[in-house]
Design a protein around this ligand. Structure first.
Ligand SMILES: [Zn+2]
Length: 207
């Protein structure tokens, strides 16, 4: 099973020793894939590949300095891991574990799975009563089931259910959310190094 390669755009690299390529791959099997094709941006010159990178920006394929490109990639990863670390730390904190423990005890004490599902439904996705009953049996109890799917977004409703407020936990929830938003914010656009190699608005014909 192979793929068919289409050159969408090609041009000389900056030193002229190779090429900048914008490629599409189409699977040659008959069934559709998620996007139908995949994309590759390639520099076929070792010297230019050290200095430059190709990237999509504002629907163009532009040439950028490699150091700036890599720095941007690292910034994106740093933001994501800052969010992830904070999220994990919060969920594993003694304060959260204690509150979640209280919550689980309260839920587990309810007289039936249907009553548990009713109490949980405003807080997280439970599904129908039968599904819920099956799932908690499969997980070995409502506590284990809850522990598995717990997210910082559930903590405030859990505190509300318990009728308590906890400034420290609530501040941490806000902070986790802020880091999440920040990880999704677009980064500063990269400064193009010279002309784009492809303008989506005026595409060359597919080869
Ligand atoms: Zn070159």
């Amino acid at each position: 099973m192979g793929t068919e390669e289409h050159v969408v755009s090609r041009g000389p690299c900056r030193c002229g020793g190779g090429e900048f390529l914008y490629l599409h791959y189409e699977p040659d099997h008959g069934w559709p894939t998620k996007s139908g094709y995949s994309t590759d941006l390639r520099i076929t010159c070792a010297a230019c590949d050290k200095k430059y990178a190709l990237t999509f920006q504002d629907e163009h394929v532009i040439v950028v300095d490699k150091t700036a490109y890599l720095a941007r990639h690292q910034e994106r990863e740093a933001r994501e891991s800052a969010w992830h670390r904070k999220r994990t730390k919060l969920l594993k904190s003694d304060a959260v574990q204690a509150r979640v423990g209280e919550f689980i005890a309260r839920i587990a004490a309810l007289p039936s799975a249907a009553a548990m599902a009713r109490a949980l439904r405003p807080i997280l996705h439970v599904g129908g009563d039968d599904t819920f009953r099956r799932n908690i049996r499969k997980e070995g109890g409502v506590g284990k089931w809850l522990g598995k799917g717990l997210d910082p977004g559930h903590l405030k409703p859990i505190l509300d259910y318990l009728g308590v407020s906890d400034e420290t936990i609530e501040a941490e929830i806000v902070e986790v959310d802020r880091l999440w938003q920040r990880s999704k914010e677009p980064l500063e656009p990269l400064v193009p190094n010279g002309e784009p190699i492809y303008w989506r608005a005026h595409p060359r014909d597919l080869c």
